[in-house]
Design a protein around this ligand. Structure first.
Ligand code: HEM
Length: 436
């Protein structure tokens, strides 16, 4: 005799089955297919929403009260410091986890085969999550926040024609000030979270509509996947990943405090004001390229390629197989290693040699904009044809190597910006104060 399932448990199961089909292909349960990264991102978003609501009980969004309300929160409110730390670390990990999730989608060929729209929704989610992090950065109204936001919004000013209009729009005036805080607060607590919820539901529904995660059987016409019930097989795995993420962030937040410097002082700029870490790659580009190319042309080219990628038939690797083949895995490794070395060399050479030659340092559109851009495009196209035509890699493997090249170069620029730039953005060794 089977016992009836209690009503409360049945409605919980029904809710879960709105997000998932009742059975999923067994092959998609393998942890190393997705590394649970999408689920980790969803868990972090859950943590951000729940701690964000608690922070709102104490935080005051006005320029003269914001900083003191953060002090009240962290010094006088029970668990206030811990809740703030959880919010801070979840937000930062979320960016890292989303980028890894995106990389896994590329490297397992999961943006083709009926998943192109979901890739584009994912890109929008990435944009909103970056926006949420950036707008949240200003809210404590301390020196770190004030000057990082000043740096980033002043980058907008380099955009030709409507750059200064855009800058004023974000700032709510000519300088970062009380109206900027008001703008960022509304974006951070209402506009962005609302948009993220809608996009996330759409994202999950599209995964469901595609029949679950990408898998090797997708490449075989009429292949039938062995399906197993979602509850408990998938749900137990998702719950385990979620609980590990929550425990990890909660424990880390006991020991590592979110940064808070002195109250914002518009009259005193620190020696080397840096953008938040996720924009440091672009700040590094600004040191080497003409600003119009660093803040407009290169990012626009990058976004255009990312949006176009799923609609390029030959660009997706065989579904569900990491890096396509053993040969593809070796190619990826060598591309990554080569890109790390070359990017470090180019940055150091540009800083130490070219900058001392005045005719080259002249920050002109041609020498610091057009020429490096054409060189970069030529390098990528040459690399693609070398791999696909001469070395007989598949076109998808050649595209994958190009994507790895760009991502690793951006990661190296971010690392250089974070650890190897000291006072006045000069190159230095990590943890040395004023070296060159
Ligand atoms: C807030 C950020 C995001 C969350 C919470 C999220 C969540 C998820 C989840 C839970 C899945 C299914 C399980 C998994 O793949 O681990 C998934 C799949 C997918 N995601 Fe995301 N995602 C986010 C951002 C992105 C981004 C930035 C992209 C790419 C630009 C992306 C593209 C995709 C695609 C194409 C799939 C289907 C993969 C497949 O079928 O194997 N997602 N996402």
């Amino acid at each position: 005799m089977t016992l009836p399932i209690p009503k409360s448990r049945r409605s919980f199961s029904d809710f879960l089955l709105h997000l998932h089909p009742s059975a999923v292909p067994e092959s998609t349960l393998k942890f190393t297919l997705s590394w649970g990264l999408g689920g980790m991102a969803a868990t972090l978003i859950g943590l951000l929403f729940s701690t964000g609501v608690l922070l709102l009980l104490v935080y005051e969004p006005s320029a003269d009260r914001a900083y003191s309300s953060i002090l009240t929160l962290t010094q006088e409110t029970p668990f206030g410091l811990w809740i703030r730390n959880i919010h801070h670390w979840s937000a930062n990990f979320l960016i890292g986890v989303i980028l890894l999730h995106m990389i896994r989608v590329v490297l397992t060929g999961a943006f083709g085969s009926g998943r192109s729209l979901n890739w584009v929704i994912g890109l929008c989610l990435l944009l909103f999550v970056l926006g949420a992090n950036f707008t949240g950065y200003l809210l404590p109204w301390d020196q770190l926040a004030y000057w990082a936001v000043t740096i980033c919004t002043s980058m907008l000013g380099y955009i030709p024609l409507f750059g200064s209009w855009l800058q004023d729009l974000f700032r709510g005036g000519a300088e970062v000030g009380p109206p900027t805080l008001a703008n960022f607060f509304v974006l951070h607590v209402a506009v962005i979270p609302g948009s993220v919820i809608i996009l996330l539901l759409w994202h999950f529904w599209l995964v469901r509509r595609a029949g679950g995660l990408v898998r090797p059987e997708d490449a075989i016409p009429d292949a039938v996947s062995n399906r197993v019930p979602t509850i408990p097989n998938l749900i137990v795995r998702e719950a385990a990943v979620g609980m590990i993420v929550i425990a990890f962030v909660m424990i880390l937040a006991i020991f590592l405090n979110a940064p808070l410097l002195e109250q914002a002082n518009p009259g005193m700029s620190p020696l080397s004001a840096k953008a938040p870490w996720y924009f440091l790659g672009f700040q590094e580009l600004l040191l080497h390229l003409h600003p119009v190319f660093a803040v407009l042309v290169w990012p626009l080219l990058g976004v255009a390629v990312l949006v176009w990628l799923p609609f390029w038939q030959a660009a997706a690797l065989p579904p569900g197989i990491w890096l396509g083949s053993a040969r593809g895995r070796r190619l990826a490794l060598w591309t990554a290693v080569g890109t790390v070395l070359v990017t470090f060399l180019v940055v150091v050479a540009d800083d130490l040699l070219l900058r001392s030659m005045s005719n080259i340092t002249a920050n002109t559109l041609v020498t610091r904009g057009l020429i490096p851009t054409l060189l970069m495009i030529g390098l990528l196209i040459g690399f693609y044809f070398l791999l696909s035509a001469k070395l007989k890699y598949t076109r998808a493997e050649a595209v994958m190597a190009g994507v790895i090249l760009v991502l690793v170069a951006l990661a190296v620029c971010t690392i250089i910006g974070f650890w190897f730039r000291g006072a006045e953005m000069l190159l230095t060794w990590p943890f040395v104060q004023n070296g060159t």
